[in-house]
Ligand binder design. Structure first.
Ligand SMILES: Nc1ncnc2c1ncn2[C@@H]1O[C@H](COP(=O)(O)OP(=O)(O)OP(=O)(O)O)[C@@H](O)[C@H]1O
Length: 317
């Protein structure tokens, strides 16, 4: 059974400065369903926050449509607001209240709320409940922002760089919490600069560059659009030109040969057969698909397939 997406964004545009102003979002489309996490990645200034603010209903789009739980989040804000949670990039909370007072004040403003103490426990801040917000560390304040975004039992949660400033242990704990929320059926839109975070949490993701989505799909689909790598030590007395005909582009650094290839299995098989027939040992042999990070770096430099629009089936550009 196909359900209506929790979030539907179609050809979204957003400009700053009115007519003739700067267009920060230039036709962005994506969908997020119940129990799914969608990650929006991109270079600094790519337009992630500008997109998110419109989807959250905080700003009006210049063009295109946005639906959250079937409604326009800007025009129907009062109807949508009780079902969504928002964690902005900077919380701007009053510094003199304690963490618990802040969580209580927030809970009191909601139609239905988790007990404030429980929200603090969920983000590992229960032991800091009586500390003033201004005395919390940057990472602790970030976790308080997250606790507040979870307080209203959101069906849709927007997380703008939720783990920035968190130490590795807190980051992993936050990932586990986010993963649980998704398993419970929450639809989550997350922006991040941590590719590892997107790779581990996202069901699907999009990479934005200069206001547009330039690659979209599962992390594996996006990485698969970029060349795989085969690397090994060249056996003594051999040069790279002695290798059999393989598709990849060859580079040599000292005695280490690296091949970048779009046909990993085929080229690896040819090489293995060639080495076997000559009783050669390919020392330190490594063969691996491209990582999401390599795909991202290629996009950021606009040198990868996203720039030339030659993505394989299943990867939208
Ligand atoms: N209020 C504003 N007025 C004018 N231009 C703005 C405004 N807010 C953002 N911009 C511009 O819009 C573009 C997109 O910014 P946005 O903050 O959406 O990017 P981002 O992908 O979230 O970046 P980052 O990863 O650095 O947070 C940038 O060029 C930015 O300078």
């Amino acid at each position: 059974m196909t359900t209506t997406p929790s979030v539907e964004v179609n050809e979204l545009r957003r400009s700053y400065g009115g007519d003739g102003g700067y267009e920060a979002v230039r036709g962005v489309s994506f969908e997020v369903r119940r129990g799914e996490l969608f990650a929006l990645l991109g270079t600094n200034g790519a337009g992630k926050t500008s997109t998110l603010e419109v989807v959250e209903g905080l700003s009006r789009p210049t063009g295109g449509t946005v639906r959250v739980l079937g409604k326009d989040p800007y025009a129907d804000r009062s109807a949508v607001r009780p079902d969504i949670g928002i964690m902005l990039q900077s919380g701007g909370l009053p510094g003199d209240l304690t963490a618990l007072e802040t969580a209580r004040m927030w809970a009191d403003s909601l139609v239905r709320a988790r007990p404030p103490q429980e929200a603090l426990e969920m983000v590992g801040l229960a032991h800091r409940a009586s500390v003033a917000v201004k005395a919390l560390s940057g990472g602790e304040r970030r976790r308080l922002d997250l606790a507040l975004s979870l307080t209203g039992w959101p069906k849709v949660l927007f997380l703008d760089e939720p783990t920035t400033g968190l130490d590795p242990q807190s980051r992993h704990a936050t990932w586990a919490l986010i993963d649980n929320l998704v398993k419970e059926g929450c639809a989550i839109v997350l922006t991040t600069h941590y590719l590892e975070e997107a790779q581990s949490l996202a069901d699907h993701l999009a990479i934005m560059h200069e206001g547009r989505i330039v690659a979209a799909g599962t992390p594996e689909q996006i990485a698969a659009a970029y060349p795989s790598t085969i690397a090994f030590e060249l056996p003594q007395g051999l040069r790279s030109t002695d290798l059999p005909a393989v598709n990849g582009e060859r580079t040599v650094d000292g005695s280490r040969l690296t091949l970048r290839t779009g046909t990993l299995q085929r080229d690896l098989t040819i090489l293995m057969k060639w080495a076997e027939e000559r009783s050669l040992t390919l020392t330190d042999l490594q063969a691996r698909s491209a990582s999401l990070e390599e795909a991202f770096l290629a996009i950021a430099g606009s040198t990868g397939p996203a720039a030339s629009q030659t993505l394989p089936e299943g990867v939208a550009a």
